[in-house]
Design a binder for this molecule. Structure first.
Ligand code: ADP
Length: 388
């Protein structure tokens, strides 16, 4: 069985083709970048080497067509799987029927950077690959069993019910991968874990016995820890103050929260952590504060989840920042010895993916994980396909 997994961004497309019956081997991989822009291009891996070409890709349709030409002709695609983000009243792993697409559309306004590009791309896949099943694995699924005290907001109960307003949580594929990774390392499934997925977009999850019991993102992806250019937790009255007293319109505020906040907004340097780290090291004070605010936010969530879980057995770090930034891990974990979190500063500096970077004898194990969201989605799609 061959499963094509596609990640869709507003200007990008990444794909991997898994031969599930051949040890989940990746038999094709690549992607399109700057779709809709002047510098658009396509890249793929051939005989272990990365190749690229410049070509006009005005929309995702051309990117998908180019990808289809690159797939090995002998490998028939049995289904296309997507790591879809959000839908009203729908989660889990689903065939992408008209009803499911309508449920995604209903949440366009709370996932504006994710749902519209996925919907557009899925519709193109339908047209270009008729007869091939399209399956979505929702990023909210891992958190769907959170208890009500973690799941519900303290708005009037009727509003929560009528408009499906509650904490959903995201990055489910990554949190699930890291949970299974920790289970394998610890050799048991009854443990208390804080899973940190820290990328351009990031969230933490409190996991008990391999199930998410709380998470830092909510109805939308606009809360929790600071993001690359998106806001994290803020006082909701800031929005009213900006609208009522400072002359900003609601669309302006929404754009500011989505694209001009987070690391970029605080540092004024970049939405890329590497640039912020470099600027901080060169003495830029705002960059230093942004970095401290970012890691302080992570530390606060770890502390609150340790309280929620009644202690900790493990912490996992994944995502571009969680995997690669020793500084972020060090700052976020500093001073948490009282919880049994003892980082080995040497090991932390240059771990290989999968390494335990805690000190020998640390009560809490700390893992740096090469999270593989695509294989989680491919396995779920394969199970749905086989289960009918
Ligand atoms: P996305 O959420 O878009 O999938 P990624 O998981 O790829 O993003 O993470 C992107 C972030 O990871 C960027 O902020 C980038 O600066 C950061 N990052 C990648 N490599 C490193 C590194 N070696 N050191 C510090 N940060 C890194």
């Amino acid at each position: 069985m061959n499963i094509l997994i596609c990640n869709v961004g507003s200007t990008s497309l990444k794909y991997q083709l898994f031969a599930m019956d051949r040890g989940e081997q990746v038999i094709a991989a690549g992607g399109a970048e700057r779709v809709g822009g002047r510098e658009s291009g396509f890249y793929w891996t051939e005989n272990g080497e990365k190749r690229r070409e410049r070509l006009a890709l005005p929309t995702h349709r051309e990117a998908i067509e180019r990808m289809l030409r690159q797939l090995p002709p002998e490998a028939a695609v049995d289904c296309v799987g997507f790591k879809v983000v959000h839908a009203k009243g729908v989660t889990g792993v689903q065939y992408l029927t008209d009803d499911v697409l309508a449920a995604m559309e209903a949440f366009n306004s709370v996932a504006p950077a994710h749902n519209p590009p996925y919907l557009a791309a899925i519709r193109q896949f339908r047209a270009l690959m008729p007869g091939v099943p399209l399956i979505g694995s929702f990023e909210t699924a891992f958190h769907a069993q959170m208890p009500p005290e973690a799941r519900l907001y303290s708005i009037p109960w009727e509003l929560s019910e009528r408009y499906a307003i509650h904490r959903y949580g995201f990055h489910g594929a990554s949190h699930e991968y890291m949970t299974e990774f920790a289970a394998e390392k610890l050799g048991r499934r009854d443990f208390r874990l804080v899973s940190c997925h820290l990328g351009g977009s990031g969230s933490l999850a409190a996991v008990r016995d391999c199930r998410s019991v709380d998470t830092s993102m909510g109805l939308s992806l606009q809360c929790g820890v600071m993001q690359n250019n998106r806001i994290g937790d803020i006082d909701p009255y800031i929005i009213f103050y900006l609208a009522e007293e400072c002359g900003m319109t609601l669309p302006e505020i929404k754009t500011m929260l989505q694209t001009k906040s987070g690391l970029l907004g605080m540092s004024g340097v970049s939405n890329d952590l590497r640039d912020v780290e470099d600027a901080a090291a060169a003495g830029n004070e705002r960059a230093q504060i942004a970095l401290r605010a970012y890691t302080y936010g992570i530390k606060k969530y770890i502390g609150s989840y340790a309280a929620a879980l009644g202690g900790l057995d493990a912490i996992t770090f994944g995502g571009g920042i969680g995997r690669n930034s020793a500084r972020v891990r060090e700052q976020a974990l500093s001073g948490l010895d009282f919880l049994g979190v003892e980082l080995d500063l040497q090991k932390n500096w240059s771990p290989r993916g999968g390494d335990d970077v805690s000190r020998d004898g640390s009560p809490v194990r700390i893992y740096v994980v090469d999270t593989n969201e695509e294989i989680v989605v491919a396995r779920k799609a394969a199970a749905l396909l086989m289960g009918g």
